[in-house]
Design a binder for this molecule. Sequence first.
Ligand code: FNR
Length: 386
Amino acid sequence: MSMLLSTADYERAARRRLPRCVHGFVLGGTEDGASLRENRRAFDDWQFVPRGLNDVSQRHTRATLWDTEYAMPVGLAPTGLTALVAHDGDLALARAAQAAGVPFIISGSSSVPLEELMQAAPGSWYQAYFPGDRERIGRIVQRLQAARVRTLVVTMDTCVAANRENNARLHFNIPFRLTPRLLLDGALHPRWSLGVLLRSLATRGVPRFANLYEEIGTPITVEPPQGFRTGRDQLTWDDMAWLRQRWDGRLVIKGVLHPQDAQRALDIGADALIVSNHGGRQLDGTVAPLHALPAIAQAVGHALPILLDGGVRRGTDVLKALALGARFVFVGRPTLCGLAVGGVEGVRDVLALLQQEIDRDLALLGCAAPDAVHAGLLRPHPRAQW
Ligand code: FNR
């Protein structure tokens, strides 16, 4: 992996390693991909104005969230259907996060049982796709409590399935079916086939996914069962307030872009919020999380930690988000690309790259720690228009 020097290198390598339909699913967005593009572009709209001749010899990258100190202010966002990238991919992500000392958010669409993942990485957070039915929510909450989950993330930007046209164009099916096209794709990507298909067949059959119709977006060639409804389009802030009464762990709302929703999260007693547009995988044409951040920071101030994901690929991206008011950021695709290229080691390598970049960039910015980064070290790019 020596010539993999950046997360972009990992992305290129993952594109070569994965069948087209799988990397289309992982790296793609919805409709015209406007949200996806904007997530990256937003980082170029800000420039550093660094300070020099500060003693940064004792610097570190550590960051504390609530009562836990992490190795850096970067964690692994929840990603469903990870089994498509690597056999037992969720376990590999959990182990890599645990070894790197960063938080891992278990996806509600993971294919490894949450209890197993909590054992591999005991501090993991859990992301739920809740139905609009309180009795079912109550049952999920009980299971989380039994598994000793302390941090529950509720994703609020998936009330209906997304329009992922790229999946349809690439004939992407869930459950994964061995079509002639896939067999050909598999033959052209033998390492992936050996790793995912053959090992899955040997252990438990072709991978099946827990919450099939919840993450995949519009089911494309496979119709959902007759009458299937997630009920997520009924979920409201009242349900969140109700949940707050029943869940004594930390509650995090993921998918906030509007300052008034940030205020609602604060009002119902959330412990944090994640500014996110689901990595450009839900509504197309949204504001980029980085651009949504300043108004949200202004709305809720320091009343609760603001976390962010979407398009973070470099140490400099992390520091720009911190300067604009985020306490912590998460990455989705970069660690999946690490997983595709090198399993647990690949994920660890991606996290190590980000940590080295943060360390170097902090020094070059004149800061000895992530919490020393502030808005005065940034200015809008002169050509930025918003
Ligand atoms: C996701 N994301 C996601 N979010 C969530 O709340 N639950 C989930 O199950 C998933 N599944 C998922 C699968 C895949 C393949 C991707 C790429 C993303 C969204 C994810 O948590 C996060 O918001 C984005 O991935 C962040 O953007 P970047 O870092 O991928 O640009």
